[in-house]
Design a protein around this ligand. Structure first.
Ligand code: HEC
Length: 123
């Protein structure tokens, strides 16, 4: 026969397990954490982290004429996502290649960002 204390112990243990299980579930903000951890950087963030060093506000601190303003982009046929993405992927002269640092999608997004910023003259 199961004694009273034995039952009590069993009950306490069960309760403890249940409580732990609930605490586990209640305090799992893992989905929220995962969301922020895997959230891709926006094109603006990619630009400021990788490009702004040389192209702050759409300028070009190394080759001034080859800036990211609409006039220059048109002149050098860099007024399309494809051409900018190609340049960013492979680099040119002093401008580094980004194929090992950025994903294809990030490169396309940052190219689109450059074009949209050029449209409003980087303001
Ligand atoms: C180390 C400095 C440097 C960094 C960093 C850099 N660039 Fe450049 N960029 C240059 C130089 C220099 C040129 C001119 C290349 C040439 O034609 O000789 C250039 C040219 C360009 C052009 C063509 C401009 C035109 O008028 O023809 C675009 C567009 C461009 N860069 C976008 C980017 C983007 C987007 C990034 C970030 C992913 C980036 N660059 C990072 C130095 C840099």
């Amino acid at each position: 026969m199961i004694g009273k204390t034995h039952l009590k112990k069993l009950l306490t243990a069960t309760l403890l397990i249940l409580t732990l299980a609930f605490v586990e579930i209640g305090s799992t903000p893992q989905t929220a954490l995962a969301d922020t951890a895997t959230k891709p950087a926006t094109a603006a963030e990619v630009f400021s982290a990788n490009c702004a060093g040389c192209h702050i506000n759409g300028s070009n601190i190394i080759r001034r004429g080859k800036n990211l303003k609409q006039k220059a982009l048109k002149k050098y046929k860099m007024d399309s996502i494809a051409n900018i993405a190609n340049l960013v992927t492979n680099g040119k002269n002093i401008m580094p290649s980004y194929k090992d640092r950025l994903s294809e999608q990030q490169i396309i997004d940052v190219a689109a960002y450059v074009l949209s910023q050029a449209e409003t003259d980087w303001k």
